[in-house]
Design a protein around this ligand. Structure first.
Ligand SMILES: Nc1ncnc2c1ncn2[C@@H]1O[C@H](COP(=O)(O)OP(=O)(O)OP(=O)(O)O)[C@@H](O)[C@H]1O
Length: 641
């Protein structure tokens, strides 16, 4: 951020580039939703009060004699201004510059590079990003902020002002009271906001759940002026009680949704939620939400905005990571404990038995909520689960390795693509698969590959397709890791179709088994000859019944890493344990029948066979040029013969 001009105490500073972009975009794409600015400013004011209450637990002097939190909304019809004031924690000069001049989220730059310029699309992206304070500029052409940090001297007040274009001014001012006051100078055409009735209806709609009282001056009819005039009495507009502490029956869906937008810093409605009071050894209330959409920084493991912790309705901390396992990091909401001490710190939380039991309880609750969505008979609920899976499936998969105690529950929630539909849509559960298994089938079969198409067209599937046996198609990077933790489901073993000797058990009849044995005998000489020719490249060469169309394929030995996993590890810069593939040949394929009689170019044929098997499973050749040369030579010879 560059300083443009500086005159003694008043400075003009430029916004961070991303803020400028955000402002532009917000003003244009969120205009139809302009009322949300008030929700955002009240939400910030409420957070500021929560923060001060928490800081004051250790230092009561910060209250400066006033511990009655309030958010005040007022307006001036003549000046066309609207003011939102709180007596929360306030901000120092440095905090104002950082908070109201930059966006401090990681991944901001990447996020902005994704914007398309299409207002509709970008509007929903912007929602994902969080609109916050900057939404003031949807209705205002100038915003003035007066603030002072709680506990600071009265001369440490800060005045910030901007027209929301490229820059803002900042100067130190006297401010006897702590907290923040934001004045919006409304744009032309926003006069309807200068009405008590209008403001109250917006507050009740979006901010009723706010814990602090939101107050406005009362009004009475003035006969002379023939209009409503303000009285001196304060009127509380919202319910001003902790929403989660109310009985479920007293809370409407709308209220739940608005509360979510506040705690989740989200712009859209949540997908679903669960609200319960847990009694017993540890007592707490949980109100947990699953968002409808993954935030843009979901893969940033340090991203904030998780579950908030309260102790007996007093806000303690944001994003108390101990309350949720990492693989459920998309969950938003609050936990209010009746047992923890008010002065609990992050360090204490790490050791706390209460927290452990709250985390276990919350985890079970979230998994249960997902389970009931997934298993619901109601099409709309099922649709929600599909949406959930699309957004958060990859994160949930992490739970397979992270949460041993709930592994079976998580496995039941997984959804896959399979050869049944042969599309990339991940809709098949393991239970669906088992329900469709052939009567003689004992195992759950899967294939892993780098892309969906590589999985779908994998030569390893040929015999399964011929016999009509469903195979799960895995092409997500974490899938290799998932299957390493998921060896069986409901007593059925999960096996890779590209690993180990293929034992189809009862899926094959006696005649087929006999035929395989005789093919193995008949091709013994050839397999030995190919093995000798390939030398170190293959661990073994053997006859297979996996293939119907392809001449050959590679498989990994039972306990070796699969070719796909080895490639993933390599791409991630890690060393895969050394292992060599097994080359399996199709005894019915004309190429192999021909190879039996090949003398002159046998080594070239064997090498090409190996290389094409490697290519077919998505591998890369060490020496592609030699492969091409060999192919061309063989092709020329064939055409000549
Ligand atoms: N009324 C206020 N009192 C004290 N600090 C405030 C106030 N309003 C905003 N801030 C500070 O400015 C920061 C930025 O606010 P902003 O609304 O842009 O984003 P946010 O609330 O952090 O996140 P989101 O964009 O998801 O809403 C806040 O995190 C807070 O530190």
């Amino acid at each position: 951020m560059a300083t443009a001009t500086q005159d003694t105490s008043k400075e003009t500073l430029g916004f961070q580039t991303e803020v400028k972009q955000l402002l532009q975009l917000m003003i244009h794409s969120l205009y139809s939703n302009r009322e949300i600015f008030l929700r955002e400013l009240i939400s910030n004011a409420s957070d500021a009060c929560d923060k001060l209450r928490f800081e004051a637990l250790h230092n009561a002097a910060l209250f400066e004699g006033d511990s009655d939190f309030k958010i005040r909304i007022s307006f001036d019809k003549d000046a066309k201004t609207l003011t939102i004031a709180d007596n929360g924690v306030g901000m120092s000069r440095e905090e104002v510059i950082t908070n109201l001049g930059t966006i401090a989220k990681s991944g901001t730059r990447e996020f902005f590079s994704k914007l398309s310029g299409d207002e509709k699309k970008d509007a929903s992206l912007i929602g994902q990003f969080g609109v916050g304070f900057y939404s003031s500029f949807i209705v205002a052409d100038k915003v003035t902020v007066h603030t002072r940090r709680a506990g600071a001297e009265p001369n440490q007040g800060v005045r910030w002002e901007s027209e929301g274009t490229g820059e803002f001014t900042i100067e130190m001012v006297d401010r006897p009271i702590r907290g923040t006051e934001i004045t919006l100078h409304l744009k032309e055409g926003q006069d309807d906001l200068l009405s008590s009735w209008k403001l109250k209806s917006i507050i009740r709609k979006y901010s009723d759940h706010i814990v602090q009282p939101i107050v406005m001056k009362g009004e009475k009819w003035d006969d002379e002026k023939k209009e409503q005039v303000a009285t001196d009495e304060d009127e509380t507009v919202n319910q001003a009680s902790a929403l989660w502490a109310r009985s479920k029956n007293d809370i409407t869906d709308e209220q739940y949704k608005e509360f979510y937008k506040h705690v989740g810093h989200d712009f859209e409605d949540p997908l679903t939620w669960t609200h319960a009071r847990v009694e017993g050894k540890t007592e707490y209330t949980q109100l947990l939400y699953v968002p409808a959409r993954a935030p843009f920084d979901m893969w940033d493991r340090n991203a904030r905005h998780g579950v908030k912790l309260y102790v007996r309705r007093v806000f303690i901390m944001d994003d108390a990571e101990q309350l949720m396992p990492l693989y459920l990091r998309f969950v938003r909401g609050i936990v209010d404990s009746a047992d923890l001490p008010l002065n609990v710190s992050r360090e204490i939380l790490q050791e706390s038995k209460d927290i452990e039991s709250i985390r276990n309880g919350c985890t079970k609750k979230v998994l249960g909520m997902l389970e009931s969505l997934a298993n619901s008979e109601d099409a709309a609920e099922k649709e929600k689960y599909a949406k959930f899976w699309g957004e958060f499936g990859r994160v949930l998969k992490e739970g397979m390795g992270e949460d041993h105690a709930n592994k079976d529950k998580i496995a039941a929630l997984l959804r896959f693509a399979s050869t049944q539909a042969d599309t990339p849509d991940e809709t098949v559960s393991l239970a669906d698969y088992i329900g469709r298994m052939k009567p003689e089938q004992e195992k759950i079969y899967y294939v892993t590959a780098e892309t969906f198409n590589a999985a779908k067209n994998s030569p390893h599937l040929e015999v399964f397709r011929k016999k009509g046996i469903e195979v799960i198609l895995l092409s997500d990077r974490v899938d290799e890791w998932v299957v390493s933790h998921l060896t069986e489901f409901e007593g059925k073993q999960l096996v890779s179709v590209a690993k180990g000797g293929l034992d189809l058990g009862k899926l094959e009849d006696e005649a087929e088994k006999k035929e395989q044995e005789s093919a193995a005998g008949e091709f013994k000489e050839l397999t030995e000859k190919i093995a000798k020719s390939l030398g170190e490249r293959a661990k073994e060469v053997r006859v297979t019944h996996r293939l119907t169309d392809s001449p050959a394929c590679l498989v990994a030995d039972e306990h070796d890493v699969s070719g796909n996993l080895a490639r993933i590890l390599k791409a991630a810069g890690q060393k895969a344990p050394p292992s060599k593939p097994i080359l399996e040949i199709n005894p019915k394929h004309p190429v192999l029948l021909r190879l039996k009689y090949e003398e002159k170019r046998f080594d070239d044929w064997a090498a090409v066979l190996f290389d094409q098997a490697l290519l077919a499973e998505g591998g890369q050749l060490d020496d592609p040029a030699t492969f091409v040369k060999r192919m061309n030579q063989l092709m020329l010879e064939m055409s000549g013969s």
